[in-house]
Design a protein around this ligand. Sequence first.
Ligand SMILES: [Zn+2]
Length: 136
Amino acid sequence: MIFYDITEQDKELIKIALETLEKNFDDGVYNHTVGAAVRCKNGKVYSGVNCDGIHGSCAEYIAIGMSISASEREFDTIVSVHDKAPNCLVAPCGNCRQMLVEYCPDIKVILNNDDNEIIKVDIKDLIPFAWKPIIV
Ligand SMILES: [Zn+2]
């Protein structure tokens, strides 16, 4: 597993995700409690919060969906945040890991390790032996 350095750009990405969460936080009706920000390879950043509901969507889906809707296809790094989590970072859930490896197989993810140190790793290391579509 490769551990990438946390850069100033990464700290900025965390800040953008937290600002997006702060602006849209809701722990009542809509339960917007997680933010995410993705930096594309061209440097553009897209962010979003989770959308709760019976078939709700994680913030990672919203951020990636925003970027794809803006015609982005090349992704560099993603981060997810919760204001009360250690380092304000949350790990992508299993469903998001699967989505990320399918849409962005080269993306890097910023998250905490088990000792709550901030790390940046390849998505492939977060979902080994991932499901792949069968192409016939
Ligand atoms: Zn998720």
